[in-house]
Design a protein around this ligand. Structure first.
Ligand SMILES: [Zn+2]
Ligand SMILES: [Zn+2]
Length: 177
């Protein structure tokens, strides 16, 4: 075995390693770009840059690629949406402007009446509502329904409401220790 065949074998081995490395870089770049962009042209372009320029191409790609992956961008959009909803839910009292919760019945600062409790199920209702959206009971004492005009169904609801109040008040005493 002469020296040249050994040199050739070593060169071939180094060439194979470099070719594998080169291919790995291209595949990695293509997959990395695919996780950051749905644009097939951008994916191929990124792989081409690395294929032609190799390591300098990879450095250029890493500098130029989109900052976030698609999964990260999706997560961020969800977080922003949740944040936006939180802002919408943090209401202000019409009387004093202090922050109130959506289910507050009275403003704790200025005592402005914000909601009225449903006579039937006790849910906090918007003052404008004429029917309870939780139990479908008509809202009594509202502008739409005077006590003298109360229908038999409405008085029935009032009676069940009184019973519900008696029941709900009963367990409060013993729990306070
Ligand atoms: Zn207030
Ligand atoms: Zn109700």
């Amino acid at each position: 075995m002469d020296i040249w065949s050994i040199v050739l074998a070593v060169l071939a081995f180094i060439g194979a390693v470099l070719a594998a490395f080169w291919l790995t870089l291209i595949v990695w770049t293509f997959r990395d770009m695919r996780s950051r962009s749905r644009d097939i042209f951008a994916q191929i372009l990124a792989a081409m840059v690395v294929a032609v320029l190799n390591l300098p191409g990879l450095v250029i790609y890493i500098l130029m690629r989109p900052k976030e992956t698609l999964a990260e961008a999706y997560e961020r959009s969800l977080e922003e949406e949740a944040l936006l909803q939180g802002i919408e839910e943090s209401l202000a009292c019409p009387g004093c402007g202090n922050r109130i919760q959506a289910d507050f019945v009275v403003c704790p600062t200025c005592h402005t009446k914000l909601k009225k409790p449903c006579q039937n199920c006790g849910h906090a209702l918007n003052l404008r509502w004429s029917v309870c959206p939780y139990c479908s009971a008509p809202v009594l004492g509202g502008a739409q329904l005077q006590p003298t005009e109360a229908t038999p169904a409405a008085t029935g609801f009032r009676r069940t409401a009184q019973r519900a109040e008696e029941v709900s008040e009963a367990p409060v005493g013993p729990t306070e220790t």
